[in-house]
Structure formats: C-alpha cells, structure tokens
Design a protein. Structure first.
Length: 520
C-alpha cells in the first residue's frame, strides 16, 4: 500500500470518528435537554446515562446512578415488578413500548404515577444493544383526573338526588343527562331522552315557544335566568305550571359549554294560590256580611229588646199593686230573657268582629296587658277572693286588643267555674321555638270530662246549666278564633274536680297570619 492510499484511509477513519463523536455529543445533548426524565441502559440493564430531569425528579445523584443496575438504584427502590415486566418484554421479545403506565411509592418522594416509553436500539459503534427509557411523571395529571372524576361523580350524585327535575344540555341543546325526578314528573324514558334535542323530546311536546325564548337568551346573550315562569299542556300528563332556572357553564374538561336547566313543578302551588284567591274573595264577602250583621244586630235587634225590657219593667212599676205573684214572676222572666238575649247579641258581635277587618300587628308586653285586665276586673277578683299568679313573659307580636280579650276571657272563665275553694289562676309563658311562644292558664276550678276538650271551643257549647253558671257559650269560641287568626293553636287539659289548663301558642315574630298588616 502506498503512502497516499494509507493517508486517505486514515483521513476516512478520522472523519468517521468525528461523525461518531458529533453524533454521540448530539445524542447526549438531546438526553440532557429533554424535559422528561430519560435513562440510557446497556444490554445488562445497567445505567449508562441519565439526564438532569431524572436526577431532579427522583432525587438521586450521579455517583449512585451511573453504572448501577436499574433495579438496585436508590437502595433498590427501583426494583418494581411492573418495570421488570416491561424490560423483560423489551429484551426477550425485542418489542418497543409506548405509554406503559406504572405506579410506585418511592421512599423519598412518595407516590408517583408514570408513563414509560421503552425503545431497544442496536449500537454499531459499541457492537451491543442499548435501551432508551423515557419516563413521564403524570402524578399531577392523575391527581387532577381523580379530582375531576370525583367532581363529576359528585355533580352526577347531586343531579340524581335533587328533588326537582333537572336537565343537562350541551351547546347544541341536546340532552346529556337528566335526573330521576325528570323521568317521573314528565313521564319519559331514558332511551328517548339522552342525546335528543330538547325540542324533539316526547314527540316534540317540548317544542314550547317560551322555552325556545329562554334558551335563546341563555345561548346568545350568555345570560342566566331564575324563576322563569312557563305553562304548557303536555299530551300525556296534562297542564303544567313550571318555574325554570337556567345556568350556562363552560366546562374545561370537555372544552365546551353546558346548560343546566332546573324545573320546579308549581302546578299544585298555582292551584292552591287560585284556591286561596277564591277563599280570600269568599272571606271578604263573609266579612262584609258579618259587618252587615253587626250593624243590624247593634241597631235593629237591640232596640226592640231594649223596648221589651223597658216597657216590661215600666209595667211592673206602674201596676205592681194590681199584679199577683205569678204575674210579677212572669215579668221577671221576660226582663231576664231580654237581658240574656242582649248579652248573647253582644257576644255574637264580638265573635263576628274577631278578624273581620285587618288589624295592625305590634310588639306586645304581656305583663302590661295582664295588669290592665286585673285592674279592670278588680271588683270580680276581690268578690271571689281570686289569686292570679304570673312571672315574666317573652314579648310577642299580635293585635293587642284581641290578645287582651283572649287573656281576659280565660281569666274570667277560670273565676266563673271555680270550685268550693278560692280561685287560683297561674299564668306561664315560654319560648316554644324561635317563632312562637307557648302560654298556659291553669286554674283549680271544677274541671270537666276529657271527652269535651274539643267541643268546649265550639260556639254556643255549654257544659253546665245557665242557672248555675251564667254566660252565652261564646267566650271560648272567641278565644279559639283569636289564637288561630294569629297563626297559633289552642287546646285544654282538664279533669272533673282537678281544674283546667288552657294551652295556646302565639307568634314571637312580626310575620303573622295572612290578612293582617304588620309593623316591626
């Protein structure tokens, strides 16, 4: 071989070595700059090279890494069954792998979720095989996916458990999901619902102009709606009154918009409102009739009674010397009847006026009310030797005139139906809850059988003879009406010879029964 030929060959070898070195340098540069962790293994699975990202991610350093069997790395933390399975497949079956998922709990860095790509390469420069192992740390992504899945599961659970019908629509107004309440209320099934354009649902029964108007506003003006009222006559289920809430949501998980449509079926409520309107109309008419009755009773009825009593008494006075005992007795009966009739008319007037007109609701100091009653009843209390005991009461709200009448009727009742003992009346009150107060009026009177505990509140009901106990049988009916108008309840606990305890509730807030105007 001459010198020129040898020089040429040497030059070629030098060029090849330069190319090889440049290729290796390029490969090492690629390895070092790749952002995901990268390992280069030899045919014996010893680590030849790793990049900076590997050191940073898995908290190892060069001295314990290069030349180490991969399974011994990090005090054998890398002896992972799924990693062995992957590398065995690569070596024995000469098969590359993409997106091989693996999880492992590392001692220093904790739980990691990873995607592995493995590629087997035969390197002519060293005459052996090399395995490239790229590791993508997907721990955060998996955590996000878990959170997203939990959120979706939670959202679906909410949808399924909400009592009102709920629809989830995509951006094209196709139904993605509905809850059980929707199926039950509108009598449709899953097969004809999911994936259907909402206007086509139920054989196009949902093609409702007001619904189109609502959804057009939501989509075009990106506006949410609350309490959008709509009525429609469905073929299968009849007329429905509905309140719709619509909310537009951009879902990052699917990169598009979703519309939530909540439907409250207010059909029964609307019917009830109509019934209340009708009832209010009837009540107003009844109140007008009661007012007319009150006018007639106070003028046209009482005047003749006064005349009967007056002329009868005049007859007795003028002709008393000419009347025998029977005649005088008959005259007394007539006068007594007229007086009792006048008392009955007055009590009926009281009963008819309770709640007949709107009253003003105010805060009431019950102690002041009771003290005022005791002052007015001083003579009766003294004559009967009665005691009225009471302590502090919570403040309540109501019509003070009516409440005073209620308290006075109950105190008078206890004194009237006293036993051989002097009357003792104990009045107590305590907050029942945040909205109402429970009162009790307890006496030591004659009492009555338990079976009459409801009948006693009916108008004209008397449990005792009028000869022994005066009265018209209206007082407790008035009490019941006053309590109920204030939104409360009244009941009694009694037994013969053991007295009676009247219980009732009254409001502790300014929101009182419909028909009253309120002031705070």
């Amino acid at each position: 071989m001459n010198k020129n030929t040898e020089d040429i060959k040497n030059t070629e070898r030098t060029n090849i070595e330069v190319v090889q070195r440049e290729a290796l340098t390029l490969a090492e540069s690629i390895i070092s700059t790749v952002r995901e962790p990268l390992i280069v293994l030899d045919a014996n699975l010893k680590i030849q090279n790793v990049n900076k990202s590997f050191y940073d991610t898995f908290k190892v350093h060069e001295k314990e890494t290069i030349g180490t069997l991969i399974y011994d790395l990090g005090n054998k933390q890398w002896d992972i069954p799924k990693l062995r399975e992957l590398l065995d497949e690569v070596l024995t079956k000469k098969q590359d792998f993409m997106n091989y998922e693996m999880e492992h709990d590392f001692q220093q860095i904790g739980q990691k979720s990873m995607l592995l790509n493995a590629k087997r390469i035969f390197r002519k420069d060293i005459g052996t095989e090399t395995i490239l192992l790229a590791i993508e740390d997907i721990t955060e992504r998996k955590n996000v996916e878990v959170i997203q899945q939990e959120a979706l599961t939670f959202a679906e659970s909410i949808i399924s458990t909400v009592r009102e019908p709920l629809i989830v629509l995509d951006a094209n107004l196709k139904i993605q999901n509905v809850n059980k309440s929707f199926y039950d209320t509108f009598n449709v099934n899953e097969k004809e619902t999911i994936g259907t354009l909402i206007y086509d649902l139920g054989n196009k029964q949902w093609d409702i102009p007001k619904l189109r108007e609502l959804l057009d506003e939501v989509l075009t003006k990106k506006q949410d709606f609350m309490n959008y009222e709509m009525e429609h006559n469905f073929q299968q289920i009849g007329q429905k009154s509905m309140l719709l809430n619509a909310k537009r949501i951009f879902r990052k998980d699917i990169g598009t918009e979703t519309i939530l449509l909540a439907i409250e079926d207010i059909t029964e409520r609307k019917k009830a409102e109509e019934e209340i309107k009708q009832y209010s109309f009837e009540l107003e008419r009844s109140n007008t009739e009661l007012e007319y009755f009150a006018y007639v009773a106070s003028h046209d009825l009482q005047e003749p009674l006064r005349m009967v009593a007056g002329y009868t008494q005049l007859l007795e006075k003028k002709y008393k010397d000419q009347l025998d005992d029977n005649a005088k007795k008959y005259i007394n009966f007539a006068v007594d009847g007229a007086v009792r009739m006048q008392a009955l008319i007055n009590d009926l007037l009281d009963y008819s006026r309770v709640g007949a007109k709107k009253k003003e609701i105010t805060k009431i100091n019950c102690i002041s009310v009771i003290n005022r009653i005791l002052t007015n009843m001083k003579d009766v209390i003294t004559t009967s030797n009665a005691q009225v005991k009471f302590n502090k009461f919570p403040e309540i709200y109501g019509d003070e005139v009516q409440i005073e009448r209620l308290f006075q009727n109950l105190i008078s009742n206890s004194i009237k139906f006293h036993s051989d003992k002097s009357p003792i009346i104990e009045i107590e009150a305590k907050g029942k809850d945040n909205n109402s107060c429970l009162f009790s009026f307890k006496d030591n009177g004659i009492g009555f059988e338990k079976e009459f505990s409801e009948k006693i509140f009916q108008i004209f009901q008397r449990l005792h003879t009028k000869q022994k106990y005066t009265g018209t049988g209206i007082g407790l009916a008035v009490c019941k009406k006053i309590v109920e108008i204030h939104g409360g309840q009244i009941w009694v606990d009694s037994a013969i010879g053991e007295g009676s305890t009247f219980y009732f509730t009254l409001p502790m807030t300014h929101r009182i029964h419909i028909g009253y105007k309120t002031t705070k």
